[in-house]
Design a protein around this ligand. Structure first.
Ligand code: NAP
Ligand code: ZN
Ligand code: ZN
Length: 347
């Protein structure tokens, strides 16, 4: 066992504190990663605050992880010591169900092993990336291209893949009109990726406060959802809407913006239900869908796509002790556009 420095939530209401967590001894197919940066996803906050239900405390979260391979088990073939690698939201899955076999480990019908707050194969609770090291099976470790700025790469492992996957699945590309609702961590990557795929991108944000940034990220249009005129101006417009909002929004209003056969996909995960009247779906034969992160092969495809396209998250790098302040800023939508913890400050 390796004892490593970490940040952990002692309860749903206490601030995160410095502590240590245990990492298992390296198995033959395991990799020890020395973590360099860990992104702060809104899901980390939902989880530690108990928004989605009870979790085991103390808990170390963090599922946007980049670092270097420090040690590799005897049978490891995919990665070598010194490689720049990443870990996202999953560290294992059953590998036998139809979904796993098809490369959809995120939809493992036996339940994948989450990077944190999951029961690991040895019966312990997984602890996430706000820590100096992590041990992960090589199959769930991604190659992170060196051309992506190191401090900006981590958010790709969740915010990047969670927006890439639905954009790819619902065919964002030339001739397709895509709207991204909420321009935070996920949303700003959704804008960059959809634009890189060639779609005509519109940002739907609460205000026009981040308009210049949205246009710089590749959007052609930017509207304030606080202005009711937006919903009239954009009625029957989009082929695809990706909703990244962490709180409930009025589904009927957004569904009304879809054109014939359009789809609204929610990746935002508020604890409350998102009620939908079927009549909102009848017009234009609309669909309302959800999407969860992405499979391992698709996550690698996304990393390589971002490297090729020269796109990366916009990050604000913070020291470990600033994490609680960063959480408060995320909750106020005051994030530009992802906080990333410099793990050197935890050593
Ligand atoms: P974030 O950085 O906080 O961004 C959310 C954005 O939503 C905010 O920046 C804000 O954008 C908008 N927003 C926040 N509160 C709002 C409200 N009350 N009304 C309207 N708009 C509001 O969060 P994130 O890290 O991108 O995560 C977003 C959501 O996705 C979270 O619920 C998270 O748990 C979930 N998530 C899901 C998956 C998945 O696999 N499906 C993966 C990762 C995260 P504007 O300021 O532009 O309005
Ligand atoms: Zn996440
Ligand atoms: Zn499975």
């Amino acid at each position: 066992m390796l004892t490593v420095n970490a940040l952990a939530a002692p309860s749903a209401t206490d601030a995160l504190v410095r502590t240590t967590v245990q990492r298992r001894d390296l198995g033959p197919r395991d990799i020890l990663i020395e973590i360099a940066y860990a992104g702060i996803c809104h899901s980390d906050i939902h989880t530690v605050r108990g928004d989605w239900g009870p979790v085991p405390y103390p808990l170390t979260v963090g599922h946007e992880i980049v670092g270097r391979v420090a040690e590799a088990g005897a049978e490891v073939t995919r990665h070598a010591v010194g490689d720049r690698v990443g870990v996202g939201c999953m560290v294992n899955s059953c590998r036998e169900c139809d979904n796993c076999k098809a490369g959809y480990e995120q939809y493992c019908t036996n339940g994948n092993t989450g990077t944190y707050a999951s029961v690991d194969r040895d019966g312990t609770v997984t602890q996430g990336g706000y820590s100096t090291h992590i041990v992960v099976d090589e199959d769930f470790v991604l190659r992170v291209p060196e051309s992506i700025p190191y401090e900006a790469a981590a958010p790709l492992l969740c915010a990047g893949i969670t927006t890439y996957s639905p954009l790819a699945h619902w065919k964002a590309g030339p001739g397709r009109k895509v709207a991204v609702v909420g321009m935070g961590g996920l949303g700003h990557m959704g804008v960059k990726i959809a634009a890189a795929m060639g779609a005509e991108v519109t940002v739907l944000s609460q205000t026009l406060g981040k308009k210049d940034d949205g246009l710089r990220f590749g959007a052609q249009h930017y509207y304030a959802t606080g202005d009711p005129a937006t919903f009239e101006a954009l009625a029957n417009t989009f082929d695809l809407i990706v909703n990244t909002v962490s709180a409930p929004v009025d589904m009927a209003a957004y569904l009304g913006l879809l054109r014939l056969d359009g789809t609204l996909v929610s990746v935002g995960a508020p604890p409350e239900p998102l009620p939908v009247q079927v009549f909102s779906l009848f017009g234009n034969r609309r669909s309302f869908a959800g999407s969860s992160i992405g499979g391992i092969a698709e996550t690698q495809e996304m990393l390589d796509f971002c490297a090729e396209q020269g796109i990366a998250p916009e990050v604000e790098v913070i020291e470990a002790d600033a994490v609680n302040e960063a959480y408060e800023r995320v909750l106020k939508s005051d994030v530009r556009y992802r906080f990333v913890i410099d793990i050197a400050s935890l050593r």
